[in-house]
Design a protein around this ligand. Sequence first.
Ligand code: CA
Length: 389
Amino acid sequence: MKITAIKSHVLQYDMPEELGYSQQYYAKRSAHLVEVQTSEGITGWGECFGPGNVALANKCIVEKVIQPLVLDDDPLDRDVIWHKVYNLLRDHGQKGMPMQALSGVDIALWDIAGKLAGLPIHKLIGGAHRSSVQAYGYGMMLKRESVDEHVARFTDEAARIREQGFVATKMKTGLGARDDVRLCEAVRQGVGEDFRFMVDANHCYTTSDAFYVGRALEELDAYWFEEPVAPEDHDGYRELRAGLKVNISGGEAEFGRWGWRAILENRGLDIAQPEVCALGGISEYLKIMALCHAHFTPVINHVWGSAIAVATNLQLLAAMPPMPGGLHPWEPMLEFDTTDNRFRDELLVESLDIQEQVRRQDGHVSIPDGPGLGVEPDADFIRHYEIDL
Ligand code: CA
């Protein structure tokens, strides 16, 4: 079997309302799918992390840089292909967009391997440790409105996400440390005392501001404090983890086993959040997963993007071993964005219908057991939303 073509599809639509996080507001939803075609007629699908114009740049890397390197290669040789591409791109980007581009290609190669074997990816990895995974719903995004308006909206939205059946919820911060504490109090009020909530700062704080917010989160009994400081600020992560009771999480902006080795050895994370569509794909994720467990750091995957990314993560969450194990083991969660996303809800021929599963199955989502990723995107849907360079 040979790889005959690699195509990128960047999808985009105007969202019903502008949303924001600590770094920017955005009004367009985008997704970047990768399609790998083979001489046997089997097609694999993958996804690259990175919105908007970043997706268009990644499309160029996938089609103009990676495709010529791997045409005619056997798609089952995914580890060989991964290292060939990585080694040739090393001088141009060991992190960032080249790795995001390689991630989508690698995921598609795993999809092909599963389809050829007639087995879901979690079987290729070594089997399912769980047949379903609990899901947390994130929302509470920033908008161009006053602090008071944020506070009222966050309280209502947090309560609504709990009512939808999710096992926990996650909010954004980024208005400034003092106002952010008000937002966190609003979310605790919205969900009540006996429900988990997490806080995602998207690395907007200095270490001292992060301590200020983190001490409030201790009082509010928040479950984790995500990306409190810049991903490069290893010292800040280590100081925060040593000084705060709340769990410190992060890692979505780290790439490859070497970057992950550094942040794990730094001891700055209570919970690791690898992003499979960015860090190098499933092949690299499995190595990083093993590194995390070698450091006894639990993993909750970062999930962003379309139904292809969600399906990829469901396969990986199924195959994640318990760590350390026990009668009532610590369990991972599926990250689920509760804001408007057609690329997740409507892309597939047969929808995963996550929200309905969460409602019906006490916050749990079943692991797809079809071949490969276990899902198929709808070609007409892709054509309708595809944009060009
Ligand atoms: Ca995040």
